[in-house]
Ligand binder design. Structure first.
Ligand code: AR6
Length: 170
């Protein structure tokens, strides 16, 4: 049975197999959670990212975690919210699916997600948290390796939104 948890805190502090980064398509760092992950992981993360040649929106790539407590970082690029008619829901769902598929491939048993796209990219939080919870649930119907999925919320508003999504969906 996989445990799904919602916690409040800083994802860079988590000692799990993999943390997910809400990156941009350059994969060369930025603000928000991306900036925090690069600062905590150190220069070597940027060096590895440079070799990846970027990442399309809705896709995911994996690197090592370097100075982070987490062994791996799964970088995914969420959609910029443009009002909802530009495939944003499906692209965000794809971020979760592709990140989880990489986790399975690397035999990761514990993974932590931030609220992808809900900061600088302005995706509405309630809508994003429902997509996050439902994609994870769907994936877990067939995956047998993942033991723990953690939604890491940076603040009370995100935390409340994820708890609500968990109640509605699970
Ligand atoms: N731990 C957990 N969550 C965090 C942390 C943290 N340390 N810091 C911020 N958040 P954002 P996006 C939350 O803006 O919307 C970057 O510049 C934050 O409160 O980091 O996908 C990239 O390079 C919010 O709920 O990512 C891209 O250019 C969530 O993480 C762009 O921002 C995502 O906010 C991506 O925008």
């Amino acid at each position: 049975m996989t445990q799904i948890e919602v916690v409040q805190g800083d994802i860079t502090q988590l000692k799990v197999d993999a943390i997910v980064n809400a990156a941009n398509s350059s994969l060369l760092g930025g603000g928000g959670v991306d900036g925090a992950i690069h600062r905590a992981a150190g220069r070597e993360l940027l060096e590895e990212c440079r070799k990846l040649g970027g990442c399309e929106t809705g896709e995911a790539k994996i690197t090592k975690g370097y100075n982070l407590p987490a062994k791996w970082v799964i970088h995914t690029v969420g959609p910029v919210w443009e009002g909802g008619n530009y495939g944003e829901d499906e692209l965000l769902a794809s971020c979760y699916r592709q990140s989880l598929a990489l986790a399975e491939e690397y035999k990761i048993s514990a993974i932590a997600f931030p609220a992808i796209s809900t900061g600088v990219y302005r995706f509405p939080l309630e809508r994003a948290s429902k997509i996050a919870v439902s994609e994870v649930n769907k994936f877990l119907e067939s995956d047998r390796l993942l033991k723990q999925v953690i939604f890491v919320c940076f603040g009370q508003t995100a935390y409340d939104s994820y708890l609500k999504a968990m109640q509605e969906i699970t």
